[in-house]
Design a protein around this ligand. Structure first.
Ligand SMILES: Cc1ncc(C[n+]2csc(CCOP(=O)(O)OP(=O)(O)O)c2C)c(N)n1
Ligand SMILES: [Mg+2]
Length: 920
C-alpha cells in the first residue's frame, strides 16, 4: 500500500505520515508543522469563484454536455502538464437521476400499493404460519419486505415475459425473497392456496413449495437457482453474454430482452458476485441490469457498518466500467434537498455511516431528529415543521416507486454497457419492531401485536383473529387489484417467473458418426484427450448438430491440443478480431470472430461454468438445444466450483464436463496442486451427473453418443462428467458387443488366455493398461490366470446396485433381482483387484455387493512431482503393485502359497515397509 503523502504549510516537499510521526517523535521537527494551513488566501478564493462562475455560465447557457466536455478538456490538459488528477469514482450520496429529470409514474400508484401490500401480507403470513405450525421450518420475511417495491415496479412495468417466439427477460431473484414471488403468483391465481399453505412442506402428499428457487423442484416456475450467494450474479453476467453469443452466431434473433439480477448487498461479499464485472462491460452487455438491494444488512448485522456499501459498490462497479445508478433517497427528501442551499444536508448524509443509517430506522423519528438532523442547527431548523413520525417515514430510494421506475427506465434505455442500480432499502420494512434490527434476517414469526400492526399498516381486510393466525388473503378474481395485476402481466407478455421446455427434440448422430474413434489409432500412440478433440472436430462438422455444439475452455486450449478447433470454428469475440494475430500466416492461427463458436473464457473456471450453465440450459431458456462441452483441468473443476455444478444440476442443465489432465499419476510432473485423484468422488455426489473414467477413445465415443441421445433426443435431465488423460498409448479398435457394458460401467476387456482365471483385475483410465500388464506378469511369472475388465464407471454401477437393492428391500416376497455388477461378473471367480488413478473410495463404491472379494488400489494422498512410472510405484497402482496385490490376496485365501506371495512382493520391487502414500 502506498502511503498517503501530505503537503503541509511551511514544508516545501511532500512528506509521508510515518516520516512526520517519526520526526515528531524524535523532535526533529516541532509538532506545529502538522497543522494544516489556515485556508486559501483571498486572491485564490477570488480566482476560484471566477472559475466556478464561468463554469456555471457554460452549463446554464450551453448545457451539461458542454460542461462535461470542458472538464474533460481540462483534465486532459492537466495530465499533459503533469498535474496528478485524482481519480473520482464516487459521486455525492444522492440519487444519480436528479428530480428534474424524472418522468411521471405511468401506473396507478394507489392500486399498485394495494397489490404490494397484499403481496407483503401473504409473503409474511406464509412464513409466519408455517413456523407457528412447524417450529424451526424456517423461511425469510425481512428480505422480501425490503425488495417488494423493487420487484413490483418491475412486474408491473418492466419484466417482459415474451418477445414473439423468444422467452423474454430473464430474472434472477434474490433466492430468499422467494415468499414474495410465491405470494404474487398466488394472487395471480397461478399457485393454489394449498401450495402456498404448504410452503416448505413439500413431502406431505399435497403439492407444496420449495424454500428457494429450484427448477428441479418446481420446473414450470423457477428458471434460475440463486440462493447460494454469488451464483446468481455470476450466472446472470454469463447469461447476458451467452444471449449475445447466440445472437451474434445467428442462432436466435437479436431482441431488446434483458437479464435482471436482484442481488443482496451482503451477497456482494462473495468473490463470485464481483469477480466477472469487467467481462460485462468489456462485452458491452447492455442487456444486463443488476439491482443491488442495499438494505445495509446481511445475516448477522450490517454489511459495512463503518462505511457505506452503496459508495463502495459504486466505486467498484464504476471502476469496472458499469453504468451506475444510485437510488438512495425517496421523493419526500426532495423538498429537503430543495431547502439545502449550502449543502449541509448532503454533508450530513456523507458523514453518516451505514451502521448509523440502520440505527436511525431501528430507533425512529425522535432519534433521527436528535442524532441525524441534530448535529447541525441549520439541519434541525430544516425539519422543524416535520413530526417525528414524518421523519421516520422519510423514504429510502428503493421503497419509492417513482424513483425506482425512473432508475429502471434509465437502465433499460442505457446503451453500450451493463447497468447497476444501487437501491437503498430497509431490511424488514414494515415489520415494526423487526425493522432494521440486526436479528431481522432470522425473524420467522411475528408477535400477535406485530401482526395486528402489520395488518393495519398495510390495510389488509381480514379479521384480527385471522391476522394473528397468519391467514392468507386473496381478493376475488374480479377485484380491481387482481384485474390490474393480470392486465399488467398480460401487456408484458405473461406471468413470471415461468419455465417451459419445448416438446420437440433434436435428432442426434448415431455411432456410425464416430467411426474414426471406434476404429482405434492403428497402433499410433495417442491420448484419450487427443481422441476426444478429434471427436469434437467431427461433431462440429455434423450438418445438424454441429452448430449447436459450444466448446468452452478456460485458457487450456493448448494443453488439450485444441488449436485445430480454434482454427476450425474460431473463438467467439463480440468485437471480431481488431488486430492481426502474429501467427496469422500459420495454419493454426489464433482466430477470433464475431460469430466464433468457441467460448475461450480466460482463466476462470467459475466463469466457464457459468457459460456452461447458460449453454446447458439453453434448451429451456432459449428453446435451442445447445450442447456444451466444457473442457478443463480436472483438478479445478468440482473441487473449485462444485457449488455451481450443483446449481447447474438443479437447473436441469445438460452437457459434457470434460475433465482433462485427469488422474493423480497420469498427469506427470505437476505435483500436489494439479494432480487430481478425487474429482470422481465429488462428481458422484451430484444426482444428475453421470461420471465416466474411460480408458480408450472408443469408450468415450460410446458415452458421448449415447449421452447426446439421452439428453437431447430423449429429453432426459442429466449431464456427464468424463475424465480425459494425457498419456499416449495405442487406442484399440472397439471389440464387438461392448457398448452396453461401457455405458453401464463394466465389461470384460481381455480374458485370461490360458485356463480359467482365478483372479479378476479391474482397471479404469490408463490404469487399465497397468492391469493388462499385471495380467501378463501374473501368468508369465507366477502361473496365475487373470481376467481384465475395463470399469468405465463405478458410479453408474453403484447407482444401479443401490436402486436394485432398494427394490429388493421394498419387495421382500418377490424374486430377488441382481445388480448389474453381479450379473456382469457371473461366472468370474476369485478376488477382484480394482486399480484406479483416483481415490480408493471410487472402486469401494461397489464394496457392499462384492463383499470381501474386493481389494482396492487407488491414489489417496497428496500428489508428487515425478514421472508416471515413479508416481504409480509410489501410489501402488502400477502393474507390479496390482500383480502383488493379487498374489497377496490369493495367498491369504489359501489359493496361492503365502510365502511365495511375500517373496513376489519383494521381487516386484515393492518396499513393503515404505510409508503409506495416503498419509505421506
Ligand atoms: C454461499 C452462501 N453462504 C451463506 C448463505 C446463507 N445466507 C442466506 S441469506 C444470507 C445473508 C444475505 O444477506 P444479503 O445478501 O445482504 O441479503 P438480504 O437478506 O439482506 O437482502 C446468508 C449469509 C447462503 N445462502 N449462501
Ligand atoms: Mg442485505
Amino acid at each position: 500500500m502506498p502511503e498517503t503523502a501530505l503537503r503541509f504549510s511551511g514544508v516545501d516537499s511532500y512528506l509521508y505520515i510515518s516520516d512526520i510521526e517519526e520526526a515528531v517523535a524524535t523532535q526533529e521537527i516541532p509538532t506545529r508543522v502538522l497543522e494544516f494551513p489556515a485556508g486559501p488566501d483571498i486572491d485564490s478564493e477570488e480566482e476560484m469563484a471566477e472559475w466556478l462562475e464561468a463554469f456555471d455560465q457554460v452549463v446554464d447557457e450551453e448545457g451539461a454536455r458542454r460542461g462535461c466536455e470542458l472538464l474533460d478538456a481540462l483534465m486532459q490538459r492537466a495530465r499533459e502538464s503533469g498535474v496528478q488528477v485524482p481519480v473520482q469514482l464516487n459521486t455525492p450520496y444522492v440519487n444519480t437521476i436528479p428530480v428534474e429529470q424524472e418522468v411521471p409514474y405511468p401506473g396507478d400508484r394507489q392500486l399498485e400499493r394495494r397489490i404490494k401490500s397484499l403481496i407483503r401480507w401473504n409473503a409474511m403470513a406464509m412464513v409466519h404460519r408455517q413456523n407457528k405450525k412447524d417450529a424451526g421450518i424456517g423461511g425469510h420475511i425481512s428480505t422480501y419486505s425490503s425488495l417488494a417495491t423493487l420487484l413490483e415496479v418491475g412486474f408491473n412495468h418492466f419484466f417482459h415475459a415474451r418477445y414473439e417466439d423468444q422467452p423474454g427477460d430473464f430474472i434472477y431473484f434474490q433466492g430468499h425473497s422467494s415468499p414474495g414471488v410465491y405470494a404474487r403468483a398466488y394472487l395471480e391465481g397461478r399457485l393454489s392456496e394449498e401450495q402456498v399453505l404448504n410452503f416448505r412442506h413439500e413431502l406431505r402428499g399435497a403439492p407444496g413449495l420449495p424454500s428457494y428457487p429450484h427448477p428441479w423442484l418446481l420446473p414450470d416456475f423457477w428458471r434460475f437457482p440463486t440462493v447460494s450467494m454469488g451464483i446468481g450474479p455470476l450466472n446472470a453476467i454469463y447469461q447476458a453474454r451467452f444471449m449475445r453469443y447466440l445472437e451474434n452466431r445467428g442462432i436466435i434473433p437479436a431482441t431488446p430482452r434483458k437479464v435482471w439480477a436482484f442481488v443482496g448487498d451482503g451477497e456482494t461479499d462473495e468473490p463470485e458476485s464481483m469477480g466477472s464485472l469487467t467481462l460485462a462491460s468489456r462485452e458491452k452487455l447492455d442487456n444486463l441490469i443488476f439491482v443491488v438491494n442495499c438494505n445495509l444488512q446481511r445475516l448477522d448485522g450490517p454489511v459495512r457498518g463503518n462505511g457505506k456499501i452503496i459508495n463502495e459498490l459504486e466505486a467498484a462497479f464504476r471502476g469496472a466500467g458499469w453504468n451506475v445508478i444510485k437510488l438512495v433517497w425517496g421523493s419526500d427528501w426532495d423538498k429537503l434537498f430543495a431547502r439545502d442551499k449550502n449543502g449541509i444536508l448532503l454533508k450530513r448524509m456523507e458523514e453518516a455511516v451505514d451502521g448509523e443509517y440502520q440505527t436511525y430506522k431501528a430507533k425512529g423519528g425522535e432519534y433521527i431528529r436528535r442524532e441525524f438532523f441534530g448535529k447541525y442547527p441549520e439541519l434541525l431548523e430544516m425539519v422543524a415543521d416535520m413530526s417525528d413520525d414524518e421523519l421516520h417515514r422519510l423514504t429510502r430510494g428503493g421503497h419509492d416507486p417513482q424513483k425506482v421506475y425512473n432508475a429502471y427506465k434509465r437502465a433499460v434505455e442505457h446503451r453500450g454497457g451493463p447497468t447497476v442500480i444501487l437501491a437503498h432499502t430497509v431490511k424488514g420494512y414494515g415489520l415494526g419492531s423487526a425493522e432494521a434490527r440486526n436479528a431481522t434476517h432470522q425473524e420467522k414469526k411475528l408477535a400477535d401485536q406485530a401482526l395486528t400492526a402489520f395488518r393495519s399498516r398495510f390495510a389488509i381486510p381480514i379479521p384480527e383473529l385471522a391476522a394473528r393466525d397468519g391467514s392468507l388473503y386473496r381478493p376475488p378474481d374480479d377485484s380491481p387489484e387482481i384485474t390490474y395485476m393480470r392486465q399488467r402481466r398480460k401487456e408484458l407478455g405473461g406471468f413470471m417467473p415461468s419455465r417451459e421446455v419445448p416438446t420437440s427434440s433434436v435428432g442426434t448422430p448415431g455411432l456410425d458418426h464416430f467411426a474414426e474413434s471406434i476404429a482405434g489409432s492403428q497402433g499410433r500412440a495417442v491420448s484419450t484427450t487427443m481422441g476426444y478433440v478429434s471427436m469434437l472436430r467431427q461433431l462440429l462438422k455434423h450438418p445438424k448438430i454441429g452448430k449447436l455444439i459450444v466448446p468452452i475452455i478456460p485458457d487450456e486450449g493448448r494443453t488439450f491440443g485444441m488449436e485445430s478447433i480454434i482454427r476450425q470454428v474460431g473463438i467467439y469475440a463480440s468485437q471480431g478480431q481488431l488486430y492481426k494475430p502474429h501467427d496469422v500466416d500459420m495454419l493454426l492461427y489464433y482466430r477470433e470472430e464475431k460469430n466464433g463458436q468457441i467460448l475461450e473464457e480466460g482463466i476462470t473456471e467459475a466463469g466457464s461454468m457459468a457459460s456452461f450453465t447458460a449453454a446447458g440450459t439453453a434448451y429451456a431458456n432459449y428453446k435451442v438445444p445447445m450442447i456444451p462441452f466444457f473442457t478443463y483441468y480436472s483438478m479445478f473443476g468440482f473441487q473449485r466450483i462444485g457449488d455451481m455444478v450443483w446449481a447447474f444440476a438443479d437447473a436441469r442443465g445438460k452437457g459434457f464436463l470434460m475433465g482433462g489432465t485427469a488422474g493423480r499419476t497420469t498427469l506427470a510432473g505437476e505435483g500436489l496442486q494439479h494432480q487430481d485423484g478425487h474429482s470422481l468422488v465429488l462428481s458422484s455426489t451430484v444426482p444428475t451427473c453421470h461420471s465416466y473414467d474411460p480408458a480408450y477413445v472408443y469408450e468415450i465415443a460410446v458415452i458421448v453418443q449415447d449421452g447426446m441421445r439421452r439428453m437431447y433426443q430423449e429429453a432426459e435431465d442429466r449431464f456427464y462428467y468424463i475424465t480425459l488423460y494425457n498419456e499416449d498409448y495405442a487406442m484399440p479398435e472397439m471389440p464387438k458387443g461392448v457398448e452396453e457394458g461401457i455405458l453401464r460401467g463394466v465389461y470384460k476387456y481381455r480374458a485370461a488366455d490360458k485356463g480359467k482365471a482365478v483372479v479378476q483385475l479391474f482397471g479404469s483410465g490408463p490404469i487399465l493398461n497397468e492391469a493388462l500388464h499385471a495380467q501378463e506378469i501374473l501368468v508369465q511369472r507366477y502361473g496365475v490366470a487373470a481376467d481384465v475388465w475395463s470399469v468405465t464407471s463405478y458410479n453408474e454401477l453403484r447407482r444401479d446396485a443401490l436402486a436394485i437393492e432398494r427394490w429388493n428391500r421394498l419387495h421382500p416376497t418377490a424374486p430377488e433381482k441382481r445388480p448389474h455388477i453381479l450379473e456382469a461378473l457371473h461366472g468370474a471367480e476369485g478376488p477382484i483387484i480394482a486399480a484406479t488413478d483416483y481415490m480408493k473410495a471410487v472402486p469401494d463404491q461397489l464394496a457392499p455387493w462384492l463383499h470381501n472379494r474386493l481389494v482396492t488400489l487407488g491414489t489417496d494422498g497428496f500428489g508428487r512431482s515425478d514421472n508416471r512410472q515413479h508416481l504409480r510405484r509410489f501410489f501402488e497402482v502400477n502393474a507390479e503393485s496390482i500383480a502383488a496385490a493379487a498374489l497377496s490376496r490369493l495367498g491369504r485365501d489359501g489359493e496361492f502359497d503365502a510365502a511365495r506371495a511375500e517373496k513376489a512382493i519383494h521381487e516386484l520391487g515393492i518396499d513393503a515397509e515404505k510409508i503409506d502414500p495416503a498419509i505421506a
